[in-house]
Design a protein. Structure first.
Length: 210
């Protein structure tokens, strides 16, 4: 999610994260990327031009040889016009579904200073995604603009944060405060406290894609 990182390699970011149920997210992401790319009729070269991620890196991701970061995956998702979660694990479930904390999919960036835990199953394409976000003390995380019409609705469960949206003045939020904003412009999250901040975030897309 860090828009200040170079487009092809993210040495300062952690990879997409871990899947506590033992599955290999790199392999899953690679399989999904290839399926989405070919479905849309893109060659690796064309997707590289659209996303700003090198052909070589895209090829390594598709074959599961490289574990991508959150920032890189956002670039690819935006280029493909699909929700971020579409690139991740897909399983169908019937009836009630319990998402155990110890089996959560945790995505990390900025050397673990910014993490998000998916609070929904990665099954088919969707319009709404729900995340638990944790931000280390005094850390700022910048995000690229999402697809046109994308909205973020968040509430601060613990700590105090500053939200930056495009050219607007920063918005300060204390524990219990909520915010709804258009996320199709560059935006950022800053924890200006000395303890970890915890937010819950709902991301809504204009249409179900992918």
């Amino acid at each position: 999610m860090n828009r200040h990182s170079p487009p092809d390699q993210y040495p300062d970011d952690h990879p997409v994260g871990r899947d506590a149920d033992g599955s290999d997210l790199a392999v899953v992401v690679g399989r999904n990327l290839r399926r989405l790319r070919t479905r849309q009729g893109h060659s690796l070269e064309r997707l590289a031009r659209l996303s700003g991620v090198s052909r070589a890196m895209l090829g390594q991701i598709e074959t599961g040889k490289s574990t991508p970061t959150i920032a890189l995956l956002w670039k690819v998702a935006i280029a493909l016009g699909v929700p971020f979660a579409t690139l991740l694990t897909a399983e169908k479930h019937a009836g009630a579904l319990v998402l155990r904390r110890d089996r959560a999919k945790v995505l990390a960036s900025s050397e673990g200073r910014f993490t998000s835990r998916a609070l929904f199953p990665f099954d088919d394409a969707r319009q709404v995604e729900f995340y638990e976000v944790r931000i280390a003390p005094f850390h700022r995380e910048d995000a690229d603009a999402h697809a046109p019409g994308t909205r973020e609705n968040l509430i601060v469960a613990r700590g105090a944060v500053e939200i930056l949206i495009g050219q607007q003045p920063p918005i300060d939020l204390a524990e219990g405060d909520a915010l709804l904003f258009e996320a199709d412009v560059p935006h950022g999250y800053r924890n200006f406290g000395s303890t970890e901040a915890v937010l819950y975030l709902v991301m809504t897309y204009v249409a179900t894609i992918g």
